[in-house]
Design a protein around this ligand. Structure first.
Ligand code: MLT
Ligand code: MN
Ligand code: ZN
Length: 299
């Protein structure tokens, strides 16, 4: 299988339109230490013909333009994207559906609760259900959204999308609201987990032995946005486990055997984005790669 990280940043991208944090400023200035990054999305295929798009980011138009594998190949209207799958209902994962209108068919897969959020919002009707059937996936069921890729969704600790939060909102429960994907083909196994609030023993067991894990790299510390004066929310409040610290993802996955581990969904405040930073070096010394737009992984 071939996976392409279309977008390696969290919501907002790098640089974010309204952000003057030190990392966004470096990216804006063209400093070679900080690559610009678009918002969270992955494309994956077994045969190189039919592609599964995992999450449709607000930057999808730019991402597709930058990716020759996803350009139209045949007849007057065509797209290699045969299916789109949503891992949650966050804006950075669903807004790109609006760009995928224009009457090209594909199948849309999501859990029932994420699907209901899309169904409840009439603007997504621009992807007309006659051309874009919406399919509910039950967690634990194996399905083939495109030929040759066996996909299974599993719940990870998380929360409902920010725009759906209400008083009943709970953080950290593993429900249909936030899922990870296991994608298998040819005896290889890739896990895609762009949002995750905690690394539980169940998740460690799920990841163990995988060929690749692409994992939530949102923030280095729980409080980095607060400390930078950019808001009041911690990483955990946003449903993202920080990378560093005793309870962080690097430590919680340290002893879990995985051939390759790559951070994705990286927020613009995360110092691992700066090549040469102490945090980048610490992550790399722990066996992690920092995902970037256009990164291709062949298994
Ligand atoms: C997140 O990953 O926490 C969300 O994308 C936040 C948002 O909707 O901006
Ligand atoms: Mn996000
Ligand atoms: Zn910033």
């Amino acid at each position: 299988m071939k996976a392409i990280i279309l977008g390696s940043a969290a919501g907002g991208g790098v640089p974010q339109w309204n952000c003057r944090c030190s990392i966004c400023q470096l990216a804006r200035a063209g400093d070679p230490r900080v690559l610009p990054r678009t918002q969270s999305s992955l494309a994956i295929s077994e045969d190189g013909e039919s592609w599964l798009l995992v999450n449709a980011s607000p930057d999808i138009r730019q991402q597709l333009s930058a990716t020759p594998e996803l350009h139209p190949q045949y007849s007057a209207r065509h797209s290699p994207i045969a299916a789109v799958l949503l891992t949650n209902g966050d804006v950075d994962h669903v807004a790109g559906l609006l760009t995928l209108r224009e009457s090209t068919p594909f199948r849309l897969y999501a859990t029932t609760s994420v699907r209901q959020a899309v169904d409840a919002n009439r603007i997504f009707g621009v992807c007309a259900p006659a051309l874009v059937p919406r399919l509910s996936v039950t967690m634990g069921d194996m399905f083939q959204p495109v030929p040759g890729l066996d996909v299974e969704m599993f719940a990870v600790p998380g929360k409902v999308a920010l725009w759906l939060e209400d008083d009943s909102m709970k953080i950290g429960e593993a429900t249909e609201n936030t899922v990870g994907l296991q994608i298998s083909a040819g005896g290889k196994r890739l896990l895609y987990i762009p949002g995750c609030a905690a690394v539980t023993e169940a998740l460690q067991a799920r990841i163990s032995g995988a060929d690749v894990v692409l994992f939530d790299g949102t923030m280095w510390t729980d409080t980095e946005m607060v400390e930078a004066g950019l808001g009041s929310k911690t990483a955990r409040r946003m449903g993202h486990i920080p990378l560093s610290g005793e309870d962080g993802s690097i430590e919680r996955l340290r002893d879990v055997p995985v051939a390759r581990r790559v951070f994705v969904h990286i927020n613009n405040t995360n110092p691992i984005l700066v090549d040469g930073s102490a945090e980048r070096m610490a992550a790399e010394a722990s066996g992690w790669e920092v995902g970037y737009d256009g990164m291709r992984i062949t298994l």
